[in-house]
Structure formats: structure tokens, C-alpha cells
Design a binder for this molecule. Structure first.
Ligand SMILES: Nc1nc2c(ncn2[C@@H]2O[C@H](COP(=O)(O)OP(=O)(O)OP(=O)(O)O)[C@@H](O)[C@H]2O)c(=O)[nH]1
Ligand SMILES: [Mg+2]
Length: 398
């Protein structure tokens, strides 16, 4: 449903976008909210603006307490390994037990809910890849609305992650747990199911008015409608990139909120506490809540069901491993480059040594993407998991 905002509200929105300090942003957003008419079409927008306001107020509080030297503990954990995957789940669902089962980390496990107070990292191994897992304080209902002090920080951690590992307690209505988590995350712009399409708005990118690049399909509207919509928000110099299927409402939503999709895997934990036939029906029901997401029954107490988890997590992250080889050498590097699926020789060369791009002649490939061992390819060749690459440049001897 369209928001049909009056021009006054749109003008206030522009003021919010232009605001620099947190104080200015809060003031502008308050003014914007008071100018937005409240009806069904603006429901989501109003909810978003209120949430953003509470986030900004918290940010301001934190800034002030930092200035006075009494800042709260930090939730930020430096990324290590190939990717960072954040473990999320309700109190006592078994998050810390899962981290213990999958890594060498030893976070505290307790019968009392809210045992974990701060994030704890650990390293999970899949073949020759290290994936960082982070155990977290519990997820609760109304997390984004200030139900617990760590709510926005936990959501921040999730937003910043490469993927999520969701732990559900099979003995305590896991379907409801998942539904609440999916809703809370979506309210904060974090989607567990890959959306049909994506909108990216880059402000100030275009010099000749609004530029709309469609790499997919606009549903029920034209590129001209998109341009007019952005102009009505005075976003004159924006570039809008559409991938997949996108409606005009979704474009408008993207003006307000940054939406991200997080690949996820669900661990249905504590299956030792339920009957075997229940495991099958629960797994199926959970898959219906989040289509396309893997659901794996496990028991952290019995240490069962975890064998496939490292592989499935690696697979969900859509990463590939590429091994480098020196010219005329028989062996390749033991440590792979970790690249996104769909990466090309150019991406690999950039990782190896960016300046090689200037002197690039060709590459030789062994492995799944090569038509024959040692195939000679150019920069645009698409690589696959477990390829071996040898780069030839015009630099003597390389
Ligand atoms: N029966 C059974 N109990 C489990 C399993 N996994 C964890 N538990 C128990 O559940 C309780 C909570 O486990 P934790 O790993 O601390 O759970 P958590 O999700 O980290 O809890 P918080 O940090 O408090 O949010 C402990 O008493 C564990 O022994 C399991 O697979 N089966
Ligand atoms: Mg814990």
C-alpha cells in the first residue's frame, strides 16, 4: 500500500536526511513523524520512524556517557576467518552449548536464563576454512523496542554479520520462537528469506537527475514512476538499482530503511527432549516459516546432529575457495583465498596483489571451472570452489 505522503512530510524527510549530528537527526525525525498522516499505508513507515527515533536517542545517551567516561560494554567483535556468523536464540535455547559443540570456545552454560551477558567468539572449522561463530546474550520479544538493554546492539551485531545461526529449543514451542525472531528481525530490516528483489539507492551518485538501473523487473510500475517517486522526496541525484522483482512500494520502503538479507541456518536443539516423530513434523513446520532455510535437528547435550553443520554453514555463505599456485610449481598454497560465489579471475588477482591487474597477461586454471587442466583464461573467467589459479603477468619471472 502506498504511503501517499503529503509534500510537507516529504520536505521534513529531506531535512532528516540532511541532518548531521544525532541531536539534529532526532529533532528532524520528530518533526517528520508529526507531519506523517497516520493510516494503514503509513503504518510501517511510522513504526520504522519510531524505532529509528529510539535508536537515535539511545545513541545520544551512549555518546554522552562515553564523554563522561562511563560507557557501557562493547558488543563489537573483530571479524576473523572467512566469515562471521552470529548465533541467535531465546534464553536457555542452548546457544552457548552450541558454540561449545562447534568450536573450542568455552562460554558459560547455565540453567538460569540470561546466563550469557556479552558476545563470545569461537572458531568453527570446515575442511580448511575457519568460520567465526559468535555466541550472544538472549533474543527476546520486543527486542527492537527496548525490552532489554542489549536489544539494539544485538540487532547491530546481526546486521553486521555474514550469516546467522538460529538456535531453537525443540521442547518449548520452537515455531513460535522462530516466528517472533523472524518478525523482530524483519522489523529491523533484517530478512531471513531471500527477497524476490532488491532496491539499492545511492544518494548523490548521479549527475543528471535520478538514474534508474533495472537488472530485473519492476512490477506494476515503470522506471519513470520510480524516478518521479524519488523526485517527490527531492532525491534528485540518486542512482536506483533494481535487481529481481520489485514493486513501487518496495522502492519507497528502501528510501526509509536499509534492508539486508542474511543467509541463515536453523538448529532445532534439545531434540533429546522430544519424540522422534515430533522432530520430523517440527522440522517441516519450521521450514514453512522460513522457506529455503535449512533446519537441522541437534542435541548439544548428546553432541548429536552437528556433523553436517560446518558444511551447511559454509554452503549458506555462498563462498568459494581458490588456491594459488606459483608458475612452474607443482604444489599450490595450502591456505585458500576466500571469495564470494560468482567471483572472477579479476577478483582473485585483486586479492592476490592488486597491482598484478596492470600487468596481467592470462591465468591458468585447474579444478572444477577449468575445461581441461591448466586452461588458459582471461580476467572475466568465473571461478568455482576448489579451483587452483596460476597468474601470469608481464613482470619478468611471474
Ligand atoms: N536436554 C538438553 N538440554 C540442553 C541442550 N542444550 C543445552 N541444554 C541445557 O539448556 C540450558 C541452557 O543452555 P545454554 O547453552 O546456557 O543456553 P543459552 O541459550 O546460551 O542460554 P542464555 O545464555 O541464558 O541465553 C543448560 O542447562 C543446558 O545444559 C540439549 O540439547 N538438550
Ligand atoms: Mg548462553
Amino acid at each position: 500500500m502506498p504511503t501517499n505522503l503529503p509534500a510537507e512530510a516529504k520536505a521534513k524527510w529531506v531535512k532528516y536526511l540532511e541532518a548531521r549530528s544525532t541531536e539534529e537527526k532526532i529533532e528532524a525525525l520528530e518533526e517528520f513523524l508529526s507531519a506523517v498522516p497516520k493510516h494503514k499505508g503509513t503504518e510501517n513507515l511510522v513504526a520504522w520512524a519510531r524505532r529509528k527515533l529510539s535508536e537515535l536517542r539511545k545513541e545520544l545517551e551512549e555518546k554522552k556517557s562515553r564523554r563522561s567516561g562511563s560507557g557501557g560494554p562493547t558488543f563489537f567483535i573483530e571479524k576473523e576467518g572467512a566469515a562471521q556468523v552470529v548465533i541467535l536464540g531465546f534464553p536457555s535455547s542452548g546457544k552457548s552449548s552450541v558454540l561449545r559443540a562447534l568450536t573450542n570456545a568455552k562460554p558459560e552454560v547455565g540453567q538460569i536464563p540470561f546466563t550469557t551477558k556479552l558476545p563470545v567468539p569461537g572458531m568453527m572449522t570446515y575442511e580448511d576454512v575457519q568460520i567465526q561463530l559468535i555466541d550472544t546474550p538472549a533474543f527476546v520479544e520486543d527486542l527492537s523496542k527496548g525490552a532489554v538493554w542489549w536489544g539494539t546492539r544485538l540487532l547491530g551485531l546481526a546486521r553486521n554479520a555474514d550469516g546467522l545461526l538460529i538456535v531453537l529449543d525443540a521442547s518449548s514451542n520452537p515455531i513460535r520462537q522462530l516466528e517472533i525472531m523472524a518478525r523482530e528481525l524483519a522489523d529491523s530490516g533484517i530478512y531471513l528469506v531471500r527477497p524476490r528483489g532488491q532496491v539499492q539507492i545511492i544518494r548523490g551518485r548521479s549527475l543528471q537527475g535520478v538514474r534508474v538501473i533495472v537488472n530485473g523487473k519492476l512490477v506494476g510500475c515503470t522506471a519513470d514512476d520510480v524516478r518521479k517517486l524519488l523526485e517527490s522526496y527531492r532525491l534528485y541525484n540518486s542512482e536506483v538499482r533494481i535487481t529481481g522483482e520489485v514493486t513501487l512500494d518496495e522502492v519507497e520502503k528502501a528510501i526509509f530503511e536499509k534492508i539486508t538479507y542474511k543467509p541463515s541456518t536453523i538448529l532445532l536443539n534439545k531434540v533429546d527432549l522430544i519424540k522422534e516423530n515430533q522432530v520430523t513434523s517440527l522440522t517441516r513446520a519450521l521450514m514453512n516459516v522460513v522457506p529455503g532455510v535449512d533446519v537441522i535437528p541437534v542435541s548439544a547435550t548428546l553432541m548429536s546432529g552437528f556433523d553436517r553443520v560446518p558444511y551447511l554453514v559454509f554452503k549458506m555463505l555462498n563462498l568459494i575457495r581458490v588456491y594459488t599456485k606459483e608458475p612452474n610449481s607443482d604444489t599450490h598454497s595450502p591456505k585458500p583465498l576466500i571469495l564470494k560465489e560468482g567471483s572472477t579471475v579479476e577478483d582473485a588477482v585483486r586479492e592476490i596483489r592488486e597491482e598484478f591487474l596492470k600487468f596481467f597477461r592470462y591465468a591458468r586454471i585447474w579444478g572444477p571451472s577449468a575445461k581441461y587442466p591448466g586452461e588458459k583464461v582471461g580476467l572475466s573467467h568465473k571461478l568455482m570452489d576448489k579451483d587452483i589459479i596460476e597468474v601470469r603477468t608481464t613482470i619478468k619471472g611471474i
